[in-house]
Design a protein around this ligand. Structure first.
Ligand code: 2AM
Length: 173
């Protein structure tokens, strides 16, 4: 059976991706890790893993079934998650609207009988993988991100690394 590796995420616009991409490159040089490409920078809300391709339409229908608010994230520092060896951009404190969106999504996906990663949601934007160390940085200019859209994304392994392909978008009200 054909499957696709899927997750729900929010993705900033090109300008914010470029800003965070520069920070990722800078941090990767200092940490010995691998920077995430600007176009791949995102914040995952719910990771589904491999889903049969013939169930994607059911998933899309279920996921458009709730109303959710737009909100703003302010990203002002990077952190090191030593166990995962990743450097992440943090939007701490996150607005409650982000958690409401994640919760609504989980409920909708559960009702539609899809399984997903049950671990506690820890919002983060991965900037560097396989990082060996980290110099904590607070941004001089916090990045303000108006989140107006939720995306269903397929992750595709290619010869040149991971490629993310947006399958569907939902506007947040
Ligand atoms: P990460 O950046 O912390 O690795 C695509 O792989 C996205 O799904 C990434 O943002 C990844 O988070 C996230 N993700 C969440 N749970 C995952 C899991 N169990 N396996 C792989 N990726 C997962």
């Amino acid at each position: 059976m054909d499957t696709a590796r899927l997750f729900f995420a929010i993705q900033p616009d090109n300008a914010i991706q470029a800003t965070l991409g520069d920070i990722a490159k800078h941090q990767s040089r200092q940490s010995g890790g691998r920077p995430v490409k600007p176009e791949n920078i995102h914040l995952t809300l719910l990771f589904l893993g491999q889903i049969p391709v013939d169930r994607i339409e059911i998933l899309k229908a279920a996921s458009g079934n709730f109303a959710a608010q737009a909100f703003e994230l302010t990203i002002q520092r990077t952190l090191y998650w030593k166990r995962n060896q990743i450097i992440v951009a943090s939007a701490d404190p996150c607005p409650s609207a982000l958690f409401s969106l994640e919760n609504a999504l989980k409920t909708a996906v559960h009702v539609a009988k899809f399984s997903f990663d049950e671990r506690t949601f820890k919002p983060h934007i991965t900037l560097v993988r396989k990082a060996k160390r980290h110099t904590a940085t607070d941004f001089q200019n916090p990045v303000r991100w108006q989140v107006t859209e939720l995306q269903l994304i397929q992750s595709i392994q290619t010869e040149r690394g991971m490629r993310y392909h947006t399958l569907h978008r939902w506007q947040l009200g």
